[in-house]
Each structure stands twice: as C-alpha cells, then as structure tokens.
Design a binder for this molecule. Structure first.
Ligand SMILES: [Zn+2]
Length: 412
C-alpha cells in the first residue's frame, strides 16, 4: 500500500521527534511512531488537531497540564467497544506530546518497555502493562511498524547500544587485590583483557579475579565487559590494581578500570560498544569528564587497550565518540576541556612525507579503506599514534583526513 504524501510527512515529522526522544528516554522509536499513527489517526484526530496530543493519554487527577475532552472507544470486556467521554492530556506541541508519552512510560509497570529493542516484544510489553484496552492493540502496532518500515527509525538507538546487564560479583572484602581504599573516581581507564582464549568472556574474568592467582599478584579492576553482559568486581568508589602504576599511582588510585574482552569466540564490536555505553553511564553517574577517559597506555605506556589501539573494532577517537554519543553529547560540539592534570598527553609533531604517494586510510591499518592520497611529499602534523597492520606505526593527521603509515615519513 503506497503512502499518501500526508502519511509520508507525518512519519517523517514524528520519526524525527521520536528519534530525538529515544536517545533520552530509551523508548523504541518505531513503537512511539506506530502508537502515534494508530492513536492520532495519522494526525487527523480531533485530539491531535485541537490539543497536539499524538497519544490518547487520559488526564487523571495527577495531571497538572492542559486537558481536552473528547469521546473515545474503550473495550472493557475484551469483546465490545463502548464510546465514553474522556478527558485527555493536551499539549502545546507534538514534541511535548512525545516527551510526555515517554515520561508516562517511566512508570514502573512499563519497565519491560523501556530499553526493549525488539519491536515485537516492545509492542507486546506495552499492551501487557495495560496501556490500552483494545485486545488487538499489540498486533495493530506490529502491523503498522512492518507495513511502513518504521524499524529504520530504531537505528539511532541501535547505535546508542543495547541495554547491557551488569552483574555484581564482588571480590570478597579482605582479599589482597581488594585494598578497600577510597577511590575519588576522577578517571576511567580502558583496557583490553589481552586474553584471546575461547570462552574468556566477562564471567570467566569474574571467576579469575576472585581467585588466588589474581589476589597474589595483586590484580583487580572494576568491570569486565563482553558482547552480552558486564560483570562488576569492585564498587566504583574503591581502588584497584589494574593500571600498573603502583600502589599510589593515579591510574590505580583514582580511576575506575574497565576490561573489554577479546576472546576469539566473542564479538569484539559488540563488546567494545558495550564498554562505551558503560563508560558513558559511569561518566554521567560520577561526573567524570569525557576527557578523563584514559587508555591504560596513558598511565604506563603499556600497549593497552591493545585492540582499540590497533583500530579493532575501531580506534580510540571512535571509542570516545561512541561514549559521547551514549552521553548525548554531539561529537561536533564537544570539545572536552583538558583535565587539570593531563596524564601523559600526546604531543602532536610534524613529519615530512618521504614516499611519492602515500595512502590516507580511514583507520590505523592497511585493513582500512583509503580516504585519499598524499602526493606532495609535504609536511603534516600527527596528532595521535596507533599500531595496526601494514606499518610499524600509524599516525593520525591533524586535518582529520585519516591515518598514514609513519614508515614513509620523517620527523621534522
Ligand atoms: Zn590494561
């Protein structure tokens, strides 16, 4: 069934608002759009026209905003619909209506709806929680989502990541790798486990860090994240031994350590995305600026997080951009202020290109596609270094054009 021009613009308008809303509310955008289509009759109901209400949310005595009275059909016995007079919430704009719809869903009975990324499950959950009396409500929403391809609007949320389950499994108090000292939580330190063994996911590391080998080193950190979940091994506000900078080092005593799994049978992309999401939530929770999210490398020059540092599944800049995305910070506008005590900040330097032609790549490695070619044997500024395939070292160009092999350059 072809869409009319009006329907098309309705989906575009509501879709845009729903995507903006989903990043704040975690309500699936396709669900919001489908409900808006169904409940507002494509924006043509009297409630929408007169009261900017896209959803028929009743105004009960707890509602302090505007109200609008109209007739509605209700089905109380699961079979017959009765027309009743009802008082609905009214708004000044559609945006306000969508925001209130999401706020309405934060009630505990809708807990299964928030963060649900599967549209079928979300549609079923909202009906199950008692949102509507119509027995076919879920089926109608699912049909609308499928018919109009509304899941395309869920991409922004997919980018935002999945709601990751964090399992608390603390190292027992008194163990040698749980010093129990206060952590001011000024930084977050990102690691890769260095463990490619099959099955070396978060759960295995939770077992390891509670064992004698880790206690004797002593070795400990706060979270391990894999593609499906995270384990928390220590409270955020306690210190640990993960940064390699000693018992009084800034990394060990002032940061929260996150290990990203890199087991060969795991999904490194998903695991790294999950770590970015966790990092963002910790930044928010403890007021840690994004500029204080550090690599283990920053404390001791150890090549860690080794996967991210070699551009797998993406480089450090991309990781930080993901963190910002999860925090709702626009990456274009976010110039994070430098921390008061920048630990081992990278000092940009200039190089002269020695090759006649040198590829610029999207990431640090020949496995990344080329973004352009340098042919002028000119002088360029390198703002970051990384290891990756095909070169001893890769350098990121200040221009933002991409990465070049430093093998064909000389420092000037
Ligand atoms: Zn590390």
């Amino acid at each position: 069934m072809a869409l009319t021009q009006e329907q098309k613009s309705f989906i575009e308008k509501v879709g845009k608002l729903a995507v903006a809303d989903t990043l704040k509310s975690n309500v699936l955008a396709s669900l919001t759009i489908a409900q808006a289509i169904l409940e507002s009759g494509w924006g043509e109901s009297s409630l929408t026209i007169n009261a900017n209400a896209l959803f028929g949310i009743k105004a009960t005595n707890t509602w302090k905003g505007k109200v609008y009275n109209t007739k509605t059909k209700e089905c109380y016995n699961g079979i017959t619909f009765t027309t009743i007079d009802a008082c609905f919430r009214a708004y000044d704009s559609w945006e306000e209506s969508i925001a209130d719809h999401s706020a309405f869903l934060t009630a505990s009975r809708y807990a299964a709806v928030i963060g649900e990324r599967d549209y079928k499950k979300a549609c079923t959950a909202i009906k199950a929680a008692g949102y509507a009396t119509d027995p076919d409500y879920s089926a109608k929403l699912i049909k609308i989502i499928e018919q109009y391809g509304l899941t395309q609007y869920d991409a922004a949320q997919a980018e935002k990541g999945n709601k990751m389950n964090i399992i608390q499994d603390f190292i027992p108090s008194g163990r040698k790798n749980r010093p129990g000292k206060a952590n001011p939580m000024k930084y977050i330190t990102i690691h890769n486990t260095g463990n490619t063994s099959k099955g070396a996911g978060a759960k295995n590391h939770a077992t390891y860090v509670k064992g004698d080998a880790a206690a004797n080193e002593p070795k400990s950190w706060h979270y391990t994240v894999d593609e499906s979940c995270g384990y928390q091994h220590l409270p955020d506000n306690e210190t640990a031994y993960h940064a390699g900078d000693g018992a009084s080092g800034t990394g060990n005593t002032q940061s929260i350590g996150i290990e990203i799994c890199m087991n060969s049978d795991g999904d490194i992309l998903k695991a790294t995305d999950n770590a970015a999401e966790l990092t963002a939530s910790l930044c928010k929770k403890h007021n840690i600026p994004v500029g204080n999210v550090k690599q283990h490398y920053d404390w001791t020059k150890k090549n860690c997080p080794q996967m991210i540092r070699s551009g797998k599944p993406y480089n450090w800049d991309a990781f930080i951009n993901k963190v910002k995305g999860f925090m709702g910070i626009s990456t274009a506008a976010a110039s994070t202020p430098a921390p008061a005590t920048p630990p081992a900040a990278f000092t940009p330097y200039t190089v002269k290109i020695t090759a006649d032609t040198l590829n610029i790549r999207k990431g640090a490695g020949t496995n990344y596609t080329t973004n352009g070619v340098i042919k002028d044997k000119g002088i360029y500024t390198i703002v970051e270094e990384a290891t990756g395939t095909g070169a001893t070292k890769w350098g990121r160009l200040k221009s933002g054009a991409g990465w070049i092999s430093l093998d064909y350059t000389m420092k000037v």
